[in-house]
Design a binder for this molecule. Structure first.
Ligand code: CA
Length: 245
């Protein structure tokens, strides 16, 4: 793979928080993109999200021939182990955790693998339509899936930040891993909830569709829009797309 994809990342502390606990990684050449949203006191959230991105990068950037989907799941397990070890060695970090959402380009460029733990998101913009490719691993989403809550009631629900799982909290995790085909012209967005908690999917689509071809401009616009909506949380966006043929 020779620069088959392009990508950018941008993170911002927002307008309310004093520290940024998000982290991201952008590796177009290797086809690896990741966002992580850390949580925990005493700056431990920053440590957890950084450890997760580092572990994912180490596992996925070496060009291993192992099955791409297996490696994405394995990278999340390694991240989980690393965060737990760090917390054991440093009591101030006890209870730290993080989300992680990974986009891995398949070696033959025919598609992508998405890996997910937590409630960060992946979206795809294709021919003007925005589709959410991940399902939030939250209590609220589980209630929606079970038919106990309407999708409309989930927006802004008081329990919307309760995660079903995150990296660092339990010995075992169950990463959600899905494969998807990719087409020239697709635009992929990974984001932390600092974006999608304040912007609707339609808002996100409008920002992406209206910002032209420059990924830096598009990422900057999304962050600016989140801050215009009050910027209540750290906001991180990663944009990636197949290079034009
Ligand atoms: Ca967040």
């Amino acid at each position: 793979m020779d620069e088959a994809w392009t990508g950018v990342g941008k993170t911002d502390v927002g307008r309310v928080r004093s520290a940024n606990e998000d982290a991201y990684g952008v590796h177009p050449r290797e086809g690896v993109f990741v966002v992580a949203d850390g949580m925990g006191g005493h700056a431990a959230g920053e440590v957890a999200s950084r450890l997760a991105v580092d572990a994912v990068e180490e596992a996925l950037l070496d060009g291993s021939d192992d099955d791409a989907a297996d490696m994405v799941a394995e990278s999340l397990r390694r991240a989980n182990d690393r965060i737990r070890r760090s917390a054991e060695e440093n009591p101030a970090r006890e209870g730290m955790g993080t989300t992680a959402t990974i986009l891995r380009v398949l070696p033959d460029d025919t598609g992508i693998v998405l890996g997910q733990v937590g409630d960060s998101r992946a979206y795809r913009l294709r021919e003007g339509s925005l589709e959410r490719l991940t399902r939030d691993q939250t209590w609220v989403q589980r209630q929606v899936d079970a038919g106990l809550l309407e999708a409309g009631e989930a927006e802004g629900h008081p329990y919307s930040n309760i995660l079903v799982q995150a990296l660092g909290l339990e010995t075992e995790i169950e990463p959600e891993v899905v494969e998807s085909e990719a087409e020239a012209g697709d635009l992929y967005l990974l984001c932390t909830d600092g974006l999608n908690a304040v912007l609707s999917d339609d808002d996100i689509r409008d920002a992406l569709a209206g910002s032209g071809d420059d990924l830096e401009d598009a990422a900057a616009l999304l962050v600016r829009r989140a801050n215009e909506e009050g910027g209540p949380d750290n906001v991180t966006v990663v944009l990636a797309r197949p290079a034009a043929p």
